[in-house]
Structure formats: structure tokens, C-alpha cells
Write a protein that binds this ligand. Structure first.
Ligand code: PLP
Length: 465
């Protein structure tokens, strides 16, 4: 009875203002008890479908007249569509199937040597140690054990001195960049970005309504003087000093100091994205901006999705003390906190020394892959190709002064070669493409680079006069 009457109202069979029979009458009409009918009328009155007026009877609620087509969903013709911000974000990110590693689309971690059994054992131990706490709410700043393990690692290997509470855990560098953009930028604020730039960072700043100011990168990294000329009072500078993304150069010490002095003078922030700082294959890394900074201007960003495996979904930011609480609060609004069991497993992996030995191992693995590439590419130097000599990271950017030639090579080969120009703010004559090799096995790496050398040599004869 309840459902039939409710549908009759929503479908307009019973119209607002219509008078209903008395419960006695309705019970007789439908052959049910009056008590049952009374219960149905009360329920529909409580839900607002019926109105009862003492002495006058029961009516279909007049408010329902305000429903355009009761019970029906209109076609979306009248919808206003997505927001401008939604469109900006959707244009910058596409939902894709994960790529199968092939030359040269694989700038991600190689997992073939990952100590999976150890990880599983530590995960079981983490589950035992945490007990039901693994299933509960957790600290949005990150598991204290993990923050402490990361702080220790940074002190030992990156010369970074910070307290564990300064290390705030995120799911990814991308999420951290979005949170930092929200924390630090007002609508319309100028932000220095490197030109060419990591597109994920640019997207986060665009979304915050900031105005990206591209600053050229040369063989010493970001040309700080150009930034000062273009936007002396920019609120923030985003840099990838260890291994500039995508050109691969390292920011020289002189430029690091210049950048820090500017930030201190103009009261600006620096976001130092050390996305693959663990992978340097020769010599000592230059001191991080964070470790050189005496004015607490630098946010240092690291991601374990790159150094461990891409589905780990853990990254961190080392935050100046005055901003710790605010950034953690913003993080809670994004998605609360990172999965506790994974954080605990990683903290055990670090505490037990597996992390540093795995990084040591992987440094050798990626370093050897980079060697294969660089050796095989050597003949292309005489055709005018260049690449960064900074022995770091999981990708190599090859450049040539003839953009046409670069694009012809990319078209003529069967390889997956992302073009440099997609990462640039300004058009230029020259161009380049990435060789993203992290997850490639040495054999496909060799086949890929052999094809590249053959195609580039052949196309040189056809394209370059
Ligand atoms: C410069 C730079 N920053 C950040 C990231 C992304 O890290 P995550 O996967 O943790 O968002 C990458 C990934 O390649 C990167 O190249």
C-alpha cells in the first residue's frame, strides 16, 4: 500500500492538493484493516507526501507542486556542464591503461629485483605488530615510525637535517604538489617553473590559479637571473635540481646559492622536487637546496613510487616548521591519510636496512642500463645529437638542433619517443625526445637503441643538408 501510494504521488497520478479518502474508506476499498491503512497514511505524512488537516481530511502535499516532473530524471540538456577548473584538470590528465614497458616508454622503477619475499614477510610482521590499529584512523602527517625512518635516511644520504614531524607523508609527489600549491599560492600569484618543465607540477600550479612563469634551463640548470628579470616577486619557484626534468642537467652550486638568495630577499618559497635523487651513478650529488637553506624557504619533496615501485603510493615532503601543521591539515582534506599497513611495512623495510641496500643494488642496475644507452648512442654524437652528461636518473633526453630531423626520426621508428616540445613553454627550432629506460630489460634496451641509431643515421642523410 505504501509503495503504491508513494509511486502514485511521484508519477503525478495523485496531484498536489488532491484529497484522499478517509483511512476507514480506503481500508474498505482495498480490503485491508483500518489499522494498517492508518500506519501507511502516517508514514507518508511523516515523509512529507501527505498533509493531514484536523477535521478536513488528508491531502497530497501542496509543496510537491514545486517538483518539475515528480519522480522523473530530466535529460541532461539543462545541465551546466563541468566547471572551468574541472576542464583544466581533465585536459591535463587522462585516465589510461598502464603502459606495457617497451622502448622507450618506461621511466619507472624496475621491479624484477625487488625483494618481494622480504617485503611480504615484513608486511605480515607489520600486520602483527599493528593489530587492529592497522584498520583504524591514523595520523594524517604519516606513521611516526615512517617519518622517523625517512628523516634518518635523509640525514645519512642527502645531508638533510630535519625532525621526524617535519616529514609529512603523501601518496605521491603529485598529491604533495597539489597540497603545496593550495597551501602556498593565491589566485594570480606568479610561480617560476623550469622551461621545459615537469607537466604534473605545472598542472598543480595551473589548478591553483597561479600564473606559471617559464624560466629557461641551460647546462647549469635554471637560469636564475632570467627568473629575477621576468618575475622578481614570484611567490614560489619549482625546481628539480638533482636531475632537471626533463633535460637531465644538474643545477650548479652557484645557481643554487643564487636561487636561495633570491628566495630569501623576495620572501618566496622554493619547492625542490628530488624525484629521482637516489639514482646518481658517479661522484657525489650536489648538496640539496634544503640543506643549503638557512632561511626555511625550501620544501623538499621525495617520492618512493619512483625509487621502490610505482604502486607503493608513498611520497613525502620535508616542511619548514612553521608550515607543518597547515600542510598536514590540508592533506587530511584531500584523502585523510596513507594506508597504515603499507607505511608500517615500509618503515620496517627502512629500519632493517633493506631500503639502503636495495637502493645500492638498483643504482648499479640503472647505472648499467644508462651505460648501455650511452655507449650505443656514441656514433650519433658526430651527427650533432647531444644528451646530458649528468650520470643520473631513469631517462635520457636526446636533443638535436634540427627539430624537423628529430620529429622525422620519431615518426620513422617503431619506438615510443615522447617529444621534448610537449614539455616546453615556448616554441623552439631544436627538439629532442626521451629515452625512458628504468623498467626496460637490458635486451630490449639494446634492441631499442640499435633501432634508434639505425633510424637516426638513415634519416640524417635524408633530412639534414
Ligand atoms: C619531476 C617529477 N616529479 C614527480 C614525479 C611523480 O612522482 P609520483 O609518482 O610520486 O607522483 C615524477 C614522475 O616521473 C617526476 O618526473
Amino acid at each position: 500500500m505504501y509503495r503504491a501510494l508513494r509511486s502514485a504521488v511521484l508519477e503525478g497520478v495523485l496531484a498536489p492538493g488532491d484529497r484522499l479518502p478517509s483511512t476507514r474508506q480506503a481500508a474498505a476499498d482495498y480490503g485491508v484493516s483500518r489499522g494498517l491503512m492508518e500506519e501507511v497514511f502516517c508514514q507518508l505524512t511523516d515523509e512529507g507526501f501527505f498533509q493531514r488537516a484536523v477535521g478536513r481530511g488528508t491531502f497530497i502535499a501542496s509543496e510537491l507542486a514545486r517538483l518539475e516532473t515528480p519522480g522523473k530524471v530530466l535529460p541532461t540538456r539543462s545541465s551546466r556542464g563541468p566547471s572551468r577548473r574541472g576542464l583544466v584538470m581533465a585536459a591535463n590528465a587522462a585516465c589510461r591503461e598502464p603502459e606495457v614497458p617497451r622502448p622507450f616508454n618506461a621511466g619507472i622503477a624496475d621491479t624484477k629485483e625487488f625483494p618481494w619475499r622480504t617485503w611480504c614477510r615484513l608486511q605480515a610482521r607489520a600486520a602483527r605488530e599493528l593489530g587492529l590499529a592497522a584498520l583504524s584512523f591514523a595520523d594524517p602527517r604519516g606513521l611516526p615510525n615512517l617519518s622517523a625512518a625517512i628523516a634518518r635516511y635523509l640525514a645519512q644520504f642527502r645531508g638533510i637535517r630535519c625532525t621526524p614531524p617535519q616529514v609529512i607523508i603523501f601518496n605521491s609527489a603529485q598529491q604533495a604538489l597539489s597540497a603545496l600549491a593550495i597551501l602556498l599560492l593565491n589566485h594570480g600569484d606568479a610561480v617560476w617553473i623550469e622551461d621545459p618543465c615537469y607537466l604534473g607540477a605545472r598542472a598543480a600550479f595551473d589548478l591553483a590559479g597561479a600564473v606559471a612563469m617559464p624560466v629557461a634551463v641551460d647546462e647549469d640548470g635554471l637560469v636564475v637571473k632570467l627568473g629575477i628579470r621576468r618575475a622578481p616577486r614570484a611567490r614560489l619557484a619549482y625546481v628539480t635540481p638533482s636531475h632537471q626534468y626533463p633535460t637531465g642537467v644538474a643545477l650548479s652550486l652557484e645557481r643554487r646559492i643564487e636561487l636561495l638568495q633570491w628566495a630569501s630577499r623576495s620572501n618566496s618559497w622554493i619547492v625542490e622536487d628530488d624525484y629521482d635523487g637516489e639514482f646518481r651513478y658517479a661522484g657525489q650529488p650536489l648538496a640539496s637546496l634544503y640543506s643549503l637553506d638557512s632561511r626555511a624557504r625550501v620544501f623538499y619533496l621525495g617520492t618512493l613510487n619512483k625509487s621502490m615501485f610505482v604502486s607503493l603510493r608513498l611520497a613525502y615532503v620535508v616542511v619548514p616548521e612553521e608550515m607543518m601543521e597547515l600542510l598536514a591539515n590540508i592533506r587530511t582534506q584531500m584523502d585523510g591519510f596513507s594506508p597504515v599497513l603499507t607505511q608500517m611495512t615500509l618503515s620496517l623495510f627502512m629500519e632493517e636496512g633493506y631500503f639502503s641496500s636495495y637502493l645500492r643494488r638498483m643504482r648499479a642496475v640503472y647505472g648499467a642500463k644508462r651505460e648501455i644507452l650511452v655507449e650505443a648512442l656514441a656514433p650519433l654524437a658526430s651527427l650533432g645529437w647531444t644528451w646530458s652528461s649528468n650520470p643520473a636518473g631513469m631517462h635520457l633526453l636526446m636533443r638535436h638542433k634540427s627539430g624537423n630531423y628529430v620529429r622525422e626520426v620519431a615518426r620513422a621508428s617503431t619506438l615510443d619517443l615522447a617529444l621534448l616540445r610537449a614539455y616546453r613553454a615556448r616554441r623552439a627550432q631544436d627538439d629532442g625526445f626521451f629515452l625512458r629506460f628504468g623498467a626496460l630489460d637490458p635486451k630490449s634496451l639494446q634492441t631499442g637503441v640499435d633501432e634508434l641509431v639505425a633510424v637516426a643515421t638513415k634519416m640524417a642523410k635524408l633530412t639534414i643538408k
